[in-house]
Design a protein around this ligand. Structure first.
Ligand SMILES: CC(C)(COP(=O)(O)OP(=O)(O)OC[C@H]1O[C@@H](n2cnc3c(N)ncnc32)[C@H](O)[C@@H]1OP(=O)(O)O)[C@@H](O)C(=O)NCCC(=O)NCCS
Length: 178
């Protein structure tokens, strides 16, 4: 399978095989917060990722890392998952804008869902802005179903949140990713 993906000659491409999904470390925090700030109109307070990483036993924090130069690697995506008994809540997930639409989000999502299954989670839950078509389509691809609305949930725009649920987590699509 060809993993080189490029949308146009002027845009970066991602060799998906070189994208590593791993647990977040303190050294990643600046890059993670930069992704958060550029991706969301209501970014998390600066201390939040640090707290998730070091103080919250129910959290699992992930990054997508991509080689940049011979020795360095760049964080190009991040996600935070909360474990609540046999359920996970996907608290946040984002990819750097210049690396979007190249399956990085999909790879990150697949990794965190597989990890959740291994840890005994049977369903996954999240909230997404009603107008966030990209995310809603990605979640639907994994089998998430819309199960409700939280009216005026987002304080900046008063936009509704759509509640999405995946149960069981082992969707056909996740299995097809190997
Ligand atoms: C949502 C997000 C993480 C997706 O990451 P990504 O790496 O661009 O997504 P992928 O390239 O892996 O796409 C996976 C699937 O999602 C869907 N998708 C992704 N971007 C899309 C877009 N702009 N429009 C429609 N569908 C889209 C497609 O079904 C795609 O599969 P396909 O390429 O076979 O069509 C990314 O758009 C992002 O960081 N957005 C800003 C932060 C955000 O909104 N996070 C979600 C909060 S709930």
């Amino acid at each position: 399978m060809c993993t080189l993906r490029r949308r146009s000659l002027t845009e970066p491409y991602v060799d998906l095989a070189k994208v590593i999904i791993r647990r977040m470390r303190s050294a990643d925090l600046e890059q993670v917060m930069a992704i958060d700030r550029i991706s969301f109109t209501l970014p998390w307070p600066p201390s939040s990722f640090q707290y998730e990483l070091t103080h919250d036993d129910t959290s699992r924090c992930w990054v997508a890392e991509y080689p940049s130069g011979e020795l360095d690697a760049k964080v190009i995506g991040m996600a935070v998952v909360w474990f609540i008994i046999d359920e996970i809540h996907i608290a946040t997930i984002a990819v750097l804008p210049e690396f979007r639409k190249m399956k990085v989000g999909e790879k990150l999502m697949a990794a965190l869902l597989k990890d959740a299954v291994k840890s005994g989670a049977v369903h996954a839950f999240l909230e997404v802005r009603e107008t966030n078509q990209a995310a809603r389509v990605m979640y639907a691809k994994f089998g998430f179903k819309e199960v409700g609305i939280r009216p005026h949930y987002y304080s900046d725009t008063q936009e509704d949140a759509v509640l999405m649920n995946l149960e069981p987590i082992e969707s056909e699509f996740l299995d097809s990713l190997g």
